[in-house]
Design a protein around this ligand. Structure first.
Ligand code: ATR
Length: 274
């Protein structure tokens, strides 16, 4: 039987993952397909049983199942275990299910692809302390970024994250005051997404022009946060690269091949402009 893959989530119909992975199968001469599967909250266990029975070769996991799926898997890798969140499931040769998380490592790869080198000597500020921020903080720590600060509206969540990774927790106003100290600033809150109110999660008056400014939101591609940084002359990293790279790392786990991430970026941007 031909290999097939899926993304499970709710909502899932808007996902760009199926067309991205199908293009990669084509480019790599792999006869496989990738489908979106609508799985309502509370039914991750049933979905895993069905995917197993129907012979899926692997799948991605999105909202609201990243944590809920864990009890139904046979193993989770260290990053996914630490984060208590899985975005990629690999079916091992003996049929066991391995949960992984490529979101944080995907961010690090997209940052380093955009900049052309590792910036691990630079002090990092992460804005937000939710699931995405946790994954990014952990992956950056593992990639050798040694100075990580986290600021959040609810500072206790930043403190909890920092106690796990050995970072420094800040209030939003404190971080805004000290903005010039950071070589990399990463915006991980939903502020700026088309469905949210837009605007800035933190004041940018003290932004140094040499700081690399990243946002993980990719719709819109240029959030108000990134636009402010661009107007200030900063190098920016938009959220599309993280989306592509989390998929690319999953694709590599499943197939052993690394897709053309820059070509994919051009294609997705052309589609977004249509
Ligand atoms: P995700 O998994 O995408 O990271 P999440 O776990 O719900 O989503 O986390 C959202 C993050 O964005 C949180 O850090 C949240 O701050 P709180 O912990 O104070 O809730 C932050 N966030 C959401 N809306 C925000 C806003 N309007 N201004 C500042 N931070 C906001």
């Amino acid at each position: 039987m031909k290999n097939w893959y899926a993304v499970i989530g709710d909502p899932v119909s808007h996902s760009k993952s199926p067309s991205m992975h199908e293009a990669w199968f084509g480019e790599n001469g792999i006869d496989a397909s990738y489908i979106p599967v609508h799985v309502p909250a509370g039914t991750a266990g049933k979905a895993v049983a069905a995917l197993r029975r129907l012979g899926a070769s692997g799948w991605n996991v999105t909202v609201p199942h990243k944590q809920a799926i864990i009890p139904y898997l046979d193993e989770v890798d260290p990053i996914a275990a630490e984060m208590q969140a899985v975005n990629t499931v690999k079916v091992l040769p003996d049929g066991r299910l391995l949960g992984m998380n490529t979101d944080g490592p995907g961010f690090v790869r997209s940052l380093e692809e955009r900049i052309g080198q590792s910036l691990s000597e630079e002090p990092v500020l992460i804005i937000g302390a939710g699931g995405a921020a946790n994954g990014i903080a952990l992956a950056m720590k593992q990639a050798g970024y040694g100075k990580i600060s986290v600021c959040n509206r609810t500072v206790e969540k930043a403190e909890a994250l920092c106690s796990r990774i050995g970072g420094e927790a800040l209030r939003l106003e404190e971080a805004a005051d000290r903005l010039g100290e950071f070589g990399i600033i990463i915006q991980t809150t939903p502020v700026g997404m088309s469905t949210a109110t837009g605007g800035l999660p933190i004041a940018l008056d003290r932004l140094d022009r040499r700081t690399v400014v990243a946002d993980i939101v990719y719709s819109p591609l240029y959030t108000d946060f990134l636009k402010a940084a661009m107007n200030n002359g900063n190098v920016i990293v938009d959220g599309l690269g993280m989306f592509i790279w989390q998929g690319a790392l999953a694709f590599h786990e499943w197939t052993g091949k690394m897709p053309d991430t820059l070509g994919t970026r051009k294609r997705l941007i052309a589609e977004m402009e249509e």
